[in-house]
Design a protein around this ligand. Structure first.
Ligand code: NAD
Ligand code: UDP
Length: 326
């Protein structure tokens, strides 16, 4: 009788918000999961429930240093994602993106693993094209306060493309638009966690600028579904699909195309927390804050038969429930 061994996945940034959801999903899908994190913005709390599973192991490790192991799939999520955190130590942020992906790509090359890079809508910067398609090259400041994140992620995409072209690594890029849900850090600094925590504690809701800048908010489960479908696609199908497109390299947007002003988001949050006594206050807009953002998801829909399912009000309600329970 032949024993079927579980597939092995490496997840970096596993103790973070998205990493912890991905680890859970991979375990549910039967994988053996090695979770790596340096706990910069992540927390052990996110992965405590997973430690009971014999197919899960956690390794405290910084991905700017090499990591060794035999894996079928590598998911590179390590990187602080909130402007508040990535600007706290910008040099460390860019090192995590650039040295981190080099280490992960070398591991993928040596072990013939598939690798997925968690890229970002920030590669489009303050976009001049709306909604943003994967063929748009972006409008990014190289020397601003967001550049450590944006340019680090852009360089990581370049490395993914070059390892693929030069050495045939099965490298797949996903550009994630603002994603939210349970397991976000309550002091993460991103807009949804800020607004919910402020509303729950009757503190002022801090709108930056006039609050008329827009974002598109994707619930975490929708993103994880897209990532899993993308990685499950056989290489031949991925190659055939992208070779007929100008992109050449596998890169897809994932996000929820519903577009809201930040003021609308504040109002929607307060509506779901009716007991809150918070009021809206306006603070200066941080430098280089993108004015509009909305994903074009036609490519992901065609390739994966995927579209986000969770509307904003439903996702906010689940997230508020999580923060109430902390
Ligand atoms: P997060 O901050 O909750 O998670 C990031 C994790 O990476 C944390 O656990 C942190 O401790 C870990 N980490 C940071 N530097 C590391 C290093 N050098 N070595 C090892 N671990 C390190 O953020 P998130 O929202 O879960 O984001 C996960 C990934 O998705 C990030 O790469 C982010 O850029 C990308 N992304 C997220 C969003 C979003 O809206 N959530 C949007 C676009 C892209
Ligand atoms: N923002 C805000 N108040 C906050 C936090 C953020 O008005 O307390 C705004 C921020 O200026 C940006 C948007 O909300 O326009 C989304 O910010 P976030 O930090 O969540 O992510 P970004 O998309 O800017 O990376």
């Amino acid at each position: 009788m032949q024993i079927k061994l579980p597939k092995k996945a490496l997840v970096t940034g596993a103790a973070g918000f998205l990493g912890s959801h991905l680890c859970r999903r991979l375990l549910d899908d039967g994988y053996e999961v090695t979770a790596v994190d340096n706990l910069f913005t992540g927390t052990r709390r996110n992965i405590y429930p997973l430690l009971e599973n014999r197919r899960f192991q956690f390794v405290l490790h910084d991905i700017t240093l090499p990591f060794w192991g035999q894996f079928d799939e590598i998911y590179n999520l390590a990187c602080p994602a909130s402007p508040f955190h990535y600007q706290h130590n910008p040099v460390e942020t860019i090192k995590t993106s650039v040295l981190g992906i080099i280490n992960m790509l070398e591991l993928a090359l040596k072990t013939k693993a598939k690798i997925l890079q968690a890229s970002t809508s920030e590669v489009y910067g303050d976009p001049l094209v709306h909604p943003q398609t994967e063929t748009y090259w972006g409008n990014v400041n190289t020397i601003g306060i967001r550049s450590c994140y944006d340019e680090g992620k852009r360089c990581a995409e370049t490395l993914m493309a070059d390892f693929r072209r030069e050495w045939g690594v099965d490298a797949r890029i996903v550009r994630i638009f603002n994603t939210y849900g349970p397991n976000m850090h309550p002091k993460d600094g991103r807009v949804i966690s800020n607004f919910i925590m402020q509303a729950l504690h009757n503190e002022d809701i801090t709108l930056f600028g006039d609050g008329l800048q827009t974002r598109s908010f994707q619930y975490c489960d929708d993103l994880i579904e897209a990532m899993r479908r993308y990685m499950d696609k056989p290489r031949a199908e991925i190659d055939a699909f992208f070779s007929t497109r100008r992109l050449g390299v596998p890169v897809i947007n994932t996000g929820n195309p519903g577009e809201y002003t930040i003021k609308q988001l504040a109002e929607a949050t307060l509506k779901l927390i009716p007991e809150s006594k918070s009021r809206l206050v306006y603070l200066p807009l941080p430098a280089d804050d993108p004015k509009r953002r909305k994903p074009d998801i036609a490519l992901a829909t065609e390739l994966l038969g995927w579209a986000p399912k969770v509307p904003l009000a439903e996702g906010l309600e689940k997230t508020i429930g999580y923060f109430r329970g902390l």
